[in-house]
Design a protein. Structure first.
Length: 383
């Protein structure tokens, strides 16, 4: 199987990768000191993933330009949106493409119709607050993703002994940070979680607090009961999952190289832009797994190993990675990433994962004609 066959059989094409020359230029500039590097193969598919792969004695990095467009859309929602409905409607488009990939044609068609019928009512994201910052953020995120995959390739070239040593050193570093970090009180976690859920459903903060209050004590009790189990799961992931540690190493390499390439850009801008990107990647993973693993509700996602892996990766990036690259006011950086996390949750993640996923059950009860389902491929292609 050659690389073209691999892409065509594993992904649904949305057309020619019309930005190929742009990505090839960016990619070539990353390897000024290397005599050999994998071939970059761009595509434009609804899969939205970047990967390193070896086929027929050749090595490739596959970059899907749709991931850039998706990151750009999440950045528009992050910087511009004034209403959470924007995120919910965009989620219908994403879910349509995921259901289509899964072969769930009726749900794919229904979600696509939900998106088409509502998109004209969800457009506050179109009014750019700061176009230059948004485009710059997307550029930094895409470059970071490419660099991340490049390190997967570099890591594959290391001897088993070197891989083992790098993973051991990083594992010990992460454990040091997390063991001494301390935990938020269970009641504070429960209150934040429930208030976030209510915010996704309402714009009235007072009613949100009143509606969540009866459930806080119940959730606090459950969190306290499960905290030891949660800690065990976290430490088990760090101890046993070499793939998780490799992802964290790739993030650190990508950030380090990005800082070198973007020497005229403030570190805080690079770090915060890439952190928003990791938030978006985590959300894309959550949406995909919610559909593919047939979860009935959002609470079941918390125990999913892939979701945990992404969450721990984000936590390591936030707590450890920056300290290894530059001397910086870490408290100020932590404050900014906390603000990013809160805003991203309020305007994007929570409306999608609490509201849009709940709406899928209602959408599934709707009727749709066979004619509309028969035209699904064309509909998905043109979304």
């Amino acid at each position: 199987m050659n690389i073209t066959d691999y892409i065509e059989t594993s992904r649904f094409s949305k057309g020619k990768a019309f930005l190929d020359s742009t990505y090839q230029k960016i990619y070539s500039e990353m390897f000024v000191d290397d005599s050999y590097f994998p071939t970059l193969k761009t595509c434009y598919t609804s899969e939205r993933t970047c990967e390193f792969i070896a086929l027929e004695n050749q090595e490739f990095i596959i970059y899907d330009q749709y991931i850039g467009q998706t990151l750009n859309m999440f950045n528009r929602l992050f910087y511009n949106s004034t209403h959470k409905f924007d995120s919910i409607v965009y989620a219908y488009k994403c879910f349509a493409e995921i259901f289509h990939y899964m072969g769930e044609r009726k749900m794919a068609a229904l979600c696509a119709c939900a998106y088409v019928l509502n998109r004209e009512s969800a457009k506050s994201f179109k009014n750019d607050v700061d176009l230059e910052s948004r485009l710059r953020t997307t550029f930094l995120q895409e470059k970071f993703i490419l660099l991340h995959e490049i390190y997967h390739w570099k890591f594959s070239q290391f001897s088993p002994e070197k891989k083992e040593l790098l993973i051991l050193e990083k594992r010990l570093e992460i454990l040091k940070y997390w063991i001494y970090e301390g935990e938020l009180p269970a009641k504070e976690v429960a209150t934040t979680f429930l208030n976030d859920a209510m915010k996704a459903l309402s714009d009235d903060e007072e009613s949100e607090k009143m509606e969540s209050e009866p459930y806080i004590e119940v959730l606090t009790e459950r969190l306290e009961e499960n905290r030891e189990k949660e800690n065990d799961l976290m430490f088990e992931s760090i101890y046993k999952r070499d793939d998780l540690i490799e992802e964290i190493l790739c993030d650190e390499y990508a950030l380090k190289e990005l800082v070198k390439f973007e020497e005229n850009t403030p570190f805080s801008e690079i770090f915060c832009s890439t952190y928003i990107g990791i938030e978006s990647l985590q959300l894309m993973t959550s949406m995909r797994i919610f559909v593919m693993d047939e979860h009935d509700n959002i609470s079941q996602l918390i125990t999913d190993s892939a979701i945990r892996k992404m969450a721990y990766r984000k936590m390591a990036y936030r707590k450890c990675t920056a300290k290894n690259i530059v001397k910086i006011d870490f408290e100020e950086l932590h404050k900014r990433t906390t603000e990013i996390n809160i805003h991203f949750s309020n305007m994007i993640r929570d409306p999608i994962m609490f509201v849009a996923t709940y709406n899928l059950e209602e959408i599934s009860k709707l009727e749709i004609s066979e004619d509309e389902i028969s035209n699904l491929d064309e509909l998905i292609y043109n979304l």
